[in-house]
Design a protein around this ligand. Structure first.
Ligand SMILES: NC(=O)c1ccc[n+]([C@@H]2O[C@H](COP(=O)([O-])OP(=O)(O)OC[C@H]3O[C@@H](n4cnc5c(N)ncnc54)[C@H](OP(=O)(O)O)[C@@H]3O)[C@@H](O)[C@H]2O)c1
Length: 313
């Protein structure tokens, strides 16, 4: 295990974050119908009140609206907030200078001089990880981001990013990947172990499997929109997992299904960033941190979900 660098230590101290994909996204999440800016503001405030101070956004969320909203909320609070955003690798972004230019636009929307974490949203089709990271180096050197992360990077690309940054004395702070009880690919393909070995914080996105791990959806009551077809198969297999989460939660002072699912990720060494559409969801999710499942319960959940999905297909 590489020792965690001083620059990225703050990220390892964060137990729970708040995802901001929902902020302004109409297509997947139904922003403007199911919830409004006011609901989002209250979700943000509830998170801060519960001690969640790390917010993950991206330039593409709501086509920039998520960053704008966060910028407004940041002005309304005195509390310190750690801000992470992302560079999207559009196929017309060939040059390393694209990163600096995109980050400047993100900072304008956020109303900030710098962010705490700037992440490459995914590997690029047209830019090597080396070129991307050279662009990131420039962002750090200009003082526009405190640290650098990647997202959706498999091990090979992650190591290329890590090595390029290391040449400039910059640590790779994080890799943000899909990880939940219902998607354990990063355990199976070695990404989680490699992150831990390198001192890279693994940030778990879709930690509630887009709402499935709250227990409110079933075959009879599928989630709205494209999630219903996306999860048609998985919905058939989750009832025993939901039941187990519920049973385990009772032993920890009535923790909810979502809270147990989030705590399982914390126990695995990941940083979950659940998305929330309103204060009630945000408050509940924040309660997934600050306590710990026993090793025995983690093992029970491992066993129950080991074969829930086929990996590597
Ligand atoms: N890097 C990437 O490529 C990538 C990809 C995806 C996500 N992300 C990041 O990860 C964050 C979280 O992932 P995600 O938003 O995909 O999925 P998620 O956190 O697993 O699920 C979020 C959704 O679940 C439902 N929900 C959340 N908390 C709830 C609660 N306590 N009770 C009941 N329902 C609840 C809400 O939707 P409903 O109420 O509609 O069910 C909410 O929109 C995103 O916001 C984003 O910041 C990154």
């Amino acid at each position: 295990m590489t020792e965690v660098s001083n620059e990225t230590r703050f990220l390892h101290a964060v137990q729970m974050g708040l995802g901001a994909w929902q902020w302004g996204d109409r297509v997947i999440w139904g922003y403007g119908q199911a919830y409004t800016d006011d609901d989002i503001r209250k979700a943000f405030e509830a998170s801060l009140n519960m001690g969640v101070q790390f917010v993950d956004t991206a330039e593409i969320y709501g086509s920039g609206y998520s960053e704008r909203l966060l910028g407004i909320f940041l002005k309304e609070t005195e509390q310190p907030v750690l801000v992470a955003t992302k560079f999207f690798p559009w196929p017309w972004r060939f040059w390393k200078s694209s990163l600096l230019s995109a980050l400047k636009h993100s900072l304008e929307r956020l109303g900030l001089e710098s962010v705490d974490l700037y992440q490459a949203h995914a590997p690029s089709w047209v830019m090597t990880p080396e070129t991307m990271m050279e662009g990131m180096v420039e962002c750090v050197q200009r003082g526009l981001t405190r640290t650098v992360g990647v997202s959706n990077f498999g091990q090979k690309n992650m190591i290329r990013a890590y090595t390029t940054l290391a040449r400039h004395g910059i640590p790779l702070a994080s890799n943000q990947v899909h990880y939940s009880l219902l998607n354990r690919e990063v355990e199976k393909n070695g990404t989680l172990a490699r992150c831990q070995e390198l001192g890279v914080r693994l940030i778990a996105y879709s930690p509630l499997e887009e709402g499935l791990l709250t227990g409110k959806y079933s075959v009879e009551n599928p989630p709205p929109g494209i999630r219903s077809s996306q999860y048609a198969d998985l919905l058939k297999r989750i009832p025993p997992v939901i039941k187990l989460l519920q049973e385990i939660g009772l032993n920890y002072g009535d923790k909810t299904i979502a809270q147990v699912a989030l705590n399982w990720l914390i126990c695995k060494g990941a940083l979950p960033i659940p998305g929330a559409k309103n204060a009630a969801q945000a408050e509940q999710n924040a309660g997934g941190a600050g306590w710990q499942l026993s090793a025995e319960d983690v093992a029970k959940l491992d066993e129950a979900t080991d074969n829930i999905k086929e990996y590597g297909k």
